[in-house]
Design a protein around this ligand. Structure first.
Ligand code: SF4
Length: 350
């Protein structure tokens, strides 16, 4: 019987394991092992960030998407979604409200919406940065060309989130239609890094057909990419997708992977995701206690929130931004953490 604790010790010391060791760990861990990793991860997060939790104000500005990912509730083929786009004024008013609530990072997230030209994005990015020069701006708008990424960066975007979803070709094919490719996605991530963005990637835990082998490849890909941010959440099915009948991912494994990621990249910004809060009422608290250090409350207008449902039963679709902000503040307070008003940039290790 392999000793999982010694693998966790090795991970802490070396920041990684071999693929075989990761597979061994992910296939044979016990509850006691997750607690062992959790304690180490929480201690590491504490060394780097104290008890501080950074917030990102999420603005879901369009739910149109040209893609058809099999797991996604707003995929092109889902004709039951009421589609929307926020106007420039709407977006700026989300920022205004967010700024007053103490947010110093805004995340502009949307489907891959062909209606927005590069010029449109540059206009939106520039106006946010002009109005809020002390805030960081994160984009999460999918795959673009190097030149577009560069233009957005020059316009003032600081960070970019693009989950790789799975680092295994075969698994990627099972989650996406033929029009999407893992090679392109990886190239996008490399382009973003080369340009100078603080880059975030990540994956769903327990997505259909995922194996321990796939997860080991995800972890090794992340180690190689060395991103500033890593977002993972349990896979949650959406009723209007080809994966409607698939099983949801596991919260316990997601938490264990958060701890593993913290030990791999001690200074990373790791969110306790909304999907974690959806799978369990205390999911985000558990995420923070497992080594995460970011929460991402929603700043989108309440009138459109229900329309940005990537998976079923997403939480916080009915509350105003201020309610979400204070709810999270209380939740963090209850577990001994503190939400701070700061950009929360990635700080490279010396
Ligand atoms: S996961 Fe993203 S790219 Fe894929 S369909 Fe959903 S919004 Fe579009």
């Amino acid at each position: 019987m392999p000793n999982m604790k010694s693998l966790i010790d090795t991970l802490e010391i070396k920041g990684t394991l071999s693929k075989e060791e990761f597979v061994e760990l992910l296939s044979g861990y016990t509850e006691e092992d997750t607690e062992y990793a959790r304690e180490k991860a929480a201690k590491t997060a504490n060394q780097y960030f104290d008890n501080k939790v950074y917030t990102r104000g999420l603005i879901e500005f369009t739910n149109y998407c040209k893609n058809d990912c099999y797991y996604c509730g707003i995929r092109r083929s889902n004709t039951n979604v009421v589609r929307y786009r926020l106007s420039d004024e709407d977006i700026l008013s989300c920022c205004e409200q967010g700024y007053e609530l103490g947010f110093r990072t805004f995340v502009l997230q949307g489907g891959e919406d062909l209606r927005y030209s590069d010029e449109d994005m540059i206009r939106i990015i520039s106006s946010i940065k002009k109005n809020y020069p002390d805030c960081a701006l994160t984009l999460s708008i999918g795959e673009k060309s190097y030149d577009s990424y560069l233009a957005f960066y020059k316009a003032g975007a600081d960070r970019y989130l693009l989950r790789h979803e799975t680092a295994n070709e075969e698994h990627y094919r099972k989650l996406h239609p033929a029009s999407l490719s893992l090679q392109v996605r990886k190239q996008c991530l490399r382009d973003l890094k080369a340009i100078g963005y603080q880059v975030g990637t990540g994956f769903m835990v327990g997505s259909p057909y995922q194996t321990a082998d796939n997860l080991a490849e995800d972890l090794l890909f992340i180690k190689e990419l060395s991103p500033a941010m890593v977002g993972i959440g349990p896979y949650l099915p959406h009723h209007d997708t080809p994966f409607a009948e698939e099983k949801q991912g596991s919260m316990e494994l997601t938490l264990f992977l958060i701890s593993i990621l913290r030990l791999m990249i001690p200074n990373a910004l790791i969110p306790a995701t909304t999907a974690l809060g959806t799978i369990h009422p205390l999911g985000r608290e558990k995420g923070i206690m497992s080594g995460a250090n970011v929460v991402m409350p929603n700043l989108s207008p309440v009138s459109v929130r229900k329309q940005y449902e990537l998976y079923d039963n997403k939480i916080c679709t009915g509350e105003e931004a201020a309610e979400c902000r204070f709810c999270l503040q209380n939740r963090m307070h209850q577990i001994g953490y503190e939400i701070v008003t700061a950009r929360g940039d990635f700080v490279p290790l010396q």
